[in-house]
Ligand binder design. Sequence first.
Ligand code: NAD
Length: 492
Amino acid sequence: MTTSPSKQNAPTITIARGDGIGPEIMEAVLSILAAAKADFTTDEVQIGEAVFKAGYSSGISPEAWDSIRKNKIMLKSPITTPLGGGYKSLNVTLRKTLGLYANLRPCQAFHPFVPSGHPGIDVLIVRENEEDTYAGIEHRQTQEVTQCLKLISRPGCEKIIRFAFETARRYQRNKVTCMTKNNIMKITDGLFFNVFEEIAREYPEFETQHQIIDIGSARMATRPEYYDVVVTPNLYGDILSDIAAEVAGSVGLAGSVNMGTEFAMFEAIHGSAPDIAGQNIANPSALLRAAVMMLTHLGQTEAANRIENAWLSTLEARIHTADMISPSTRQKVGTKEFAAAVIERLGEKPKTLPVANFTAAQAKDQQSSAPSGKPIQKSTKELKGVDVFIDWSEGKRDPEVLGRDLEKASIKPFTLKMVTNRGVKVYPGGMPETFCTDHWRCRFVLANKGNPKPEDLLTLQNALLQQGFDIVKTENLYNFDGQPGYSLGQGE
Ligand code: NAD
């Protein structure tokens, strides 16, 4: 499909209509882009539910990959990830495979035209997009216990935090807030926080602050005007941006970009809304605003401004889809009619809401803020011991019994330092009240000073296996520059 290729070399965009309300909102958006004479051709691919069911476990076919690789820019409707059946989230696959490390989600109010309890909200949420629990590495290890790995890397933190500051610069913002849970996850979230502090020094023009994610989310819900740019790891960012979008008015209004150094994918922040699919009632605004971000990214700022201003004028006319309805609504419309109302207003500017003014400076967009590529300073890494996780549920699951048996099975040069259950120390000297599952972390360190050899760890594991222990995983314990690279047990 071609919108209006005025030039021979108009870019080609990969389009995916998605599932649920996806096809309806994409149709509405493409009609507005065509009417605004946005200059690109499209290459349509099928992704999502049907592709999952055709046997592609990540919901995307090789042909779709080829299109995305070639075009490098994608406008995507939401898709449905079928539950169960080993299907992987397509969104996560796309973000990670294409290196889309940053997810920028602007959330702002359009009060009083879309009522918001917080008319002053205008926040840019920058969510890390590739790491954290979204690595999707999960295991069931025992009858009772499952785990999900939370991976946070230094390069990952550097990229996203630098991206956040560059975004703040491009959009002329004043304050950057980092949110983590570094009081509990001192190593993973601690790294994110430390990198934030380091990189903040390179951007002295900004006011910076750090908040724990729980109070940060609560404040986002009650005092969102307080925030300007927020940068946060993946899971927190996912939740926080939905809170911010809903506080601003509706999740149906917020678009987003997933940005990498080579690829960019533009989408609504909401899902495929199967509950309202096929009824011509979905709000196409979020996908439209993602498309406006895409046009800005392509340097087509004139078309971007025309569309955004027409959209703002439509809101000012109080023409609303069902999700925006309020006592002040003048006309309740369906998806198609809303798109027609926007098209009718192309060329108009809003009278009360701020006139859109996407600039060429923003056009170069986030791809310029790739990581600096500074080499990471290597620390001295020393092996200090091993955490052996075992599946054990004998008798009354008495940690004293387990601890003593482990001590008997342990071999030189190791000694059993402690046993924890779900992170709480239960041996030696646990509390009888602590509830114990069948999943035990048994920490072995050297009896004397020095470092074990990697093969010593295998000898230890062998000795434990010989005594009938069911090892479900091990984690080596390392010191980095003399500092433990592992957490202590609760109560250790
Ligand atoms: P959802 O965002 O689809 O829906 C949540 C609520 O918001 C529903 O009541 C829905 O009707 C409403 N809503 C969402 N978008 C709307 C719009 N444009 N206009 C009016 N109302 C709208 O979230 P969900 O129900 O948790 O998820 C449904 C499916 O979407 C799931 O399969 C999920 O995996 C998928 N999902 C996809 C994406 C994506 O593709 N980027 C993101 C989130 C969820």
